[in-house]
Design a protein around this ligand. Structure first.
Ligand code: PRP
Ligand code: HPA
Length: 177
């Protein structure tokens, strides 16, 4: 397993000074250029969630890169996929929350009818930096009265201490400091 995770990690690239000076950007997309490694990355995430041995009703993916991982995870688990989108893109009744992240701020939105109270969900994103994004997602999911089984990310930037902002369980496949 450690070798499989290392193979995923080896394809994540680091770009100094993007998108702003002083930021080292970890780029997940090169992982997707290798179909075998991306497939194994998804298999690792799916195995992890299955190993929790808890019922899951839905996977909630965060706009935009969380959609990629979320849709595949939901399909592999055989459960619903629910998107949390940046504001202004979802029709119907929604709830919103504003938040700050590593280099900016945004508003998240979810459709009220996407989840029912007491459903068990996994929240997934590509990366945890300051934790602002994941904390905002948790807030929305709790407003819908759902239970967060776990928050899952592919990359955790440990120096930014995003984990400290979260009260729910968090799993990261790889870490960077
Ligand atoms: C990035 C990343 C996470 C978030 C992490 O998304 O995909 O969602 O930032 O940062 P935080 O832990 O400091 O909140 P971004 O909002 O840049 O959007 P994108 O996925 O649409 O590119
Ligand atoms: N990589 C990708 N997305 C990000 C990063 C990063 O290093 N920091 C905040 N969002």
């Amino acid at each position: 397993k450690a070798e499989r995770i290392e193979r995923v990690r080896s394809l994540i690239t680091s770009i100094e000074g993007f998108p702003k000076p002083g930021i080292t950007f970890r780029d997940i997309f090169p992982v997707m250029r290798d179909p075998a490694v991306f497939a194994d990355c998804m298999a690792l995430l799916t195995e992890h969630v299955r190993d929790l041995k808890q019922p899951i009703d839905a996977v909630v993916g965060l706009d935009a890169r969380g959609f990629i991982f979320g849709i595949v995870l939901a399909q592999q688990l055989g459960v619903s996929f629910v998107p949390i989108r940046k504001a202004g893109k979802l029709p119907g009744e929604t709830i919103q929350v504003s938040y700050t992240l590593e280099y900016g701020s945004a508003t998240f939105e979810v459709q009220k009818d996407a989840l029912q109270a007491a459903q068990k969900v996994i929240i997934i994103d590509d990366l945890l930096a300051t934790g602002g994004t994941m904390a905002a997602a948790c807030k929305l999911i709790k407003q819908l009265e759902c239970d967060i089984v776990e928050c899952v990310v592919v990359i955790e930037l440990t120096d930014l201490k995003g984990r400290d902002k979260l009260t729910d369980k968090i799993f990261s496949l790889t870490t960077y400091s």
